[in-house]
Design a protein around this ligand. Structure first.
Ligand code: C2O
Ligand code: CU
Ligand code: CU
Length: 479
């Protein structure tokens, strides 16, 4: 098995990147029908080592669901496992009954069918298990996939969209393995507190991957599908990343950045122009917050974020077909809401009382140890009630020494500010997950439109899955 330090040493990029198959749906009475079979299987991530895994329509991960804005879709989720599960459509704006959260459990041997309209702009969303207190484990074993929405803008000139050819999805995950080859998800108290970290990076389920690029321009659609690890992505040749999209779709304009930090659940879209025979590596570099050490982040040393440098994937160009190298100055108009429009501000305090010395040493189970606004997740309690059609500011304050990726179901939002300062350039588009740094405050703004259901809640939570499973989650209804 790989040693603890093997992240940095990771292999020779010997393995061709696996590309998740596309699932386009078949025409049915209610629009496009997507059949998703949640199943178990065996995967070979490390050569000669067989790992029991879960997947959707396959042994590990799921197909890339693809649809277009304004489509009507029906998801038919069959649970072929011997345990309950759910599939949540992360980033989608849909009715709470279709959300696939902890309330929409699919029992073994049954089918959950749900239909909804795609009422949002093109974006890279995703789907994953959201089973109460077992999301971390089921996602780790493989229950996740991409959900790609396209429209005219997302396929405009200069923006490659030939899936798997010049439009390459990268689902980045880290895993550790036991001696028998199975995934190691025996959580220690440290794992729960800090979030699970693996010592092998998988991209689309491929360890030590490379991909051969075929066109001058490639679009990388990147999901941080890890349980807790933060990646600070950059090119090893020092060139800038050309960022064109975030969680909820295209940015208003391309942004050139040396590094992009991606927390669990976040997505970013990047353009890469290559020359013949050029080969570069996409790396993960030490995190600004962890390395810069401000306040409590420093006290926790490397635990507050990523302090390692390691390669994620090698991108190899050989012969290249020509691409349209136009780079539009403006991509889209991102919907904006102003603070003055907001009907109210809600406060969310991320606190970890157990983070104190006693908690760190205690051996008790973690259930209920983490919360938001001092309360741990309770499926029978609605924490917030939002009026249909209202615009609200959510002010998220993190008093812990760790960064938490805060995610809201059912909406896409804009980030107003971080500690009063404007958000980072790649965060200026629509988002559904935002990093809230140690000892800091982020304000987001959004509109709760279209879907009211006073009975069925949406979730908001930390997307460090160990934190979510330990109770750092709450429920809101739109009514
Ligand atoms: Cu990505 Cu509540 O989930
Ligand atoms: Cu979600
Ligand atoms: Cu957290």
């Amino acid at each position: 098995m790989p040693s603890r330090s093997s992240l940095a040493a990771a292999g020779r990029f010997a393995n061709p990147l696996r590309i998740p198959p596309l699932l386009e749906g078949v025409p049915g009475t209610g629009g496009k029908v997507y059949d998703l079979n949640v199943t178990s299987g065996k995967s070979e991530f490390l050569s000669g080592v067989s790992t029991p895994t879960l997947g959707i329509n396959g042994a590990y991960l799921g197909p890339t669901i693809r649809c277009r804005t304004n489509d009507r879709v029906t998801m038919r989720v069959r649970n072929s496992l011997t345990e309950p599960t759910t599939l949540h459509w992360h980033g989608l704006h849909l009715p709470a009954a279709s959300d696939g959260g902890p309330h929409q459990v699919v029992q073994p041997g049954t089918v959950w069918e749900t239909s909804f309209a795609i009422k949002q702009a093109a974006s890279l969303c995703w789907y994953h298990s959201h089973l109460m207190e077992q999301t971390g484990e089921q996602v780790l074993r493989g229950l996740a996939g991409l959900f790609l929405i396209e429209d005219e803008q997302s396929q405009s000139p200069g923006l490659p969209s030939d899936y798997g050819v010049d439009d390459i999805p990268l689902v980045i995950q880290d895993r550790r393995f036991k001696a028998d080859g199975s995934f190691d998800y025996d959580l220690t108290m440290h794992d729960v507190m800090m979030g699970y970290k693996g010592n092998v990076v998988l991209v689309n389920g491929t360890a030590s991957p490379h991909v051969v690029l075929r066109r001058q321009r490639t679009r990388l659609r990147i999901l941080n599908g890890s349980n807790s690890r933060i990646y600070t992505l950059g090119r090893d040749d020092g060139a800038d990343l050309v960022v064109i999209g975030s969680d909820g779709g295209l940015l208003e304009q391309p942004e050139r950045l040396r590094r992009v930090r991606l927390g669990p659940g976040e997505r970013v879209e990047i353009l890469l122009d290559m020359q013949r025979d050029q080969s570069i590596r996409l790396m993960s570099y030490p995190d600004r917050v962890a390395a810069g050490g401000r306040g409590p982040g420093m006290m926790m040393g490397g635990m507050a974020g990523n302090i390692e440098t390691f390669p994620v994937i090698e991108l190899r160009a050989e012969k290249l077909e020509t691409s349209d190298l136009a780079l539009p100055e403006r991509l889209i108009q991102v919907p904006g809401w102003t603070a003055a429009q907001a009907a109210r501000t809600r406060i969310f305090l991320l606190d970890m009382p157990m983070m104190g010395m006693g908690g760190m040493m205690g051996g008790a189970g973690m259930g209920g140890a983490m919360g938001i606004n001092g309360r741990s997740m309770d499926m029978d309690r609605i924490d917030e009630r939002v009026s249909l059609g209202s615009i609200e500011i959510w002010r998220i304050r993190n008093t812990t020494p760790l960064a938490h990726p805060f995610h809201i179901h059912g909406v896409q939002f804009r980030t107003l500010d971080r500690d009063g300062r404007p958000p980072l350039p790649h965060e200026r588009g629509l988002k559904d997950t935002v990093m809230v740094d140690p000892d800091s405050t982020v304000r987001i703004i959004t509109e709760f439109s279209d879907f009211a259901d006073p009975k069925r809640p949406y979730m908001y939570h930390c997307h460090i899955l160990e934190h979510e499973d330990a109770g750092m989650m709450g429920q809101f209804v739109v009514e």
